[in-house]
Design a protein around this ligand. Structure first.
Ligand code: SAH
Length: 384
């Protein structure tokens, strides 16, 4: 918390942002100020179900109470540094937090769903050799509030907060036509290196009286932080995606350096026992297709062998290029041949259609604009 200095007037103290705090914390905060427990529940509903940002709009709270809340707290959102829309409907928001750090959040609309790709860290420590985010130097964990805020901003921008029909009727039900139905933790960062904050944020996202996104519609993607995988399944029960990308340790060590710590056999062992996985709820194995590196029929056959006994589906991701990347994307025919081998062995192995490539919103292309701008900006002219 920054201090405004020894002469600061108490009235100018920064107000605490309630957006992003969990149920128990909100209840404790309200109890401390003498409010009854049901007030905390009403407040929760306004913040996370209705998405209001102004205490004055909380019509079932007494005016005096609303004024006291407004004097002490705020319902803020991070600043939107840039908002881009792709020709294919994908949208990308660059969000700026209080300390000036930025992350990207991407919304991918599809005919039957809309997926929000959420970041868990500023930058990433994993330095996977094919991923743009890993080339960003600055890294810090996002707070749970910063993770939740990404969902709130997307709901704001998509206009998806339920509107009350009247003060007395219940909120509008979740319709079929919603644009934000699914969440994937596949943005910047390694979510299992920021487990506590990710877990707190997902508990808020899953709360049925709040954002109300079912754990079945949430997928956490990891490069393979083995010790945290079981905990994620047991405590959160979300779907698991694993960024595998290679079938030998020798190659995976180079593509995903985390493999040196948790090699393929250990990673697949954790997948075999992932709580809640079944044939109806398979683990997704992401496999980025790199030309001449991991895309041969022999690689596909070895992948089939490795996945034996795991309720698995495979997601083939055509490599998305970024400036200076040391890889290329294989031809469609090579990718199709790989996919066919997986299908013939009984695995679903769709090729992920790249979305939002024109706005650098596709997998592995995320990197905050500010970093890009700083790197590419000409040196400032010497002052006269
Ligand atoms: N750290 C987590 C979350 C990031 S998910 C993880 O590794 O799973 C981002 C996904 O995009 C991962 O599967 C990642 O391997 C993939 N990816 C990264 N760079 C890519 C690129 N240039 N082209 C295609 N996919 C890429």
């Amino acid at each position: 918390m920054s201090q405004s200095g020894p002469l600061s007037d108490p009235l100018s103290e920064p107000r605490r942002n309630l957006v992003g705090i969990g149920r128990a914390e909100l209840a404790a905060e309200m109890a401390e100020s003498g409010a009854e427990p049901f007030r905390a529940r009403q407040l929760w509903h306004w913040i996370y179900h209705r998405g209001v940002t102004d205490f004055a709009a909380m019509s079932n709270l007494a005016k005096g109470f609303r004024e006291r809340l407004a004097a002490t707290y705020e319902l803020g959102r991070p600043a939107i540094s840039s908002a881009l829309a792709s020709a294919d409907g994908t949208r990308k928001w660059l969000l700026r937090f209080g300390d000036g750090q930025e992350v990207e959040t991407v919304h991918i609309p599809e005919s039957d769903r809309g997926t929000l790709c959420v970041s868990s860290q500023v930058g990433c420590t994993l330095t996977c050799s094919f991923c743009h985010t890993g080339t960003q130097r600055l890294v810090r964990n996002l707070t749970s509030a910063e993770i939740v805020a990404q969902i709130m901003v997307a709901r704001d921008a998509l206009g998806e907060w339920p509107k009350p029909a009247s003060a007395t009727s219940p909120a509008t039900p979740v319709g079929e036509d919603r644009q934000l139905t699914n969440i994937v933790l596949m943005g910047m960062g390694e979510p299992l290196y920021n487990y506590e904050n990710v877990a707190a944020a997902l508990k808020i996202a899953m709360d049925p009286e709040g954002l109300s996104i079912s754990r079945r519609k949430i997928t956490l993607s990891t490069a393979g932080v083995v010790p945290a995988i079981a905990r994620c399944g047991a405590e959160l029960g979300v779907n698991l995606a694993v960024s595998l990308h290679a079938v030998t340790d020798e190659l995976r060590d180079r593509l995903v350096p985390l493999n040196r710590k948790y090699p393929i056999a250990e990673l697949l062992g954790a997948c075999r026992t992932y709580p809640g996985s079944s044939n109806a709820r398979r683990i997704t194995f992401e496999y980025v297709m790199l030309k001449g590196v991991n895309d041969s029929p022999a690689d596909a056959r070895e992948l089939v062998r490795l996945l034996q006994g795991i309720p698995a589906k495979v997601n083939l991701i055509p490599f998305n290029p970024w400036p200076g990347a040391p890889y290329e994307c294989p031809t469609d025919a090579v990718i199709a041949a790989f996919s066919d081998i997986m299908f013939a062995a009984g695995y679903s192995a769709p090729v992920r259609t790249p979305r939002g490539r024109d706005i650098l919103a596709a997998c592995g292309q995320l990197k905050s604009e500010s970093v890009r701008a700083r790197r590419t900006a000409p040196a400032p002219a010497p002052s006269a």
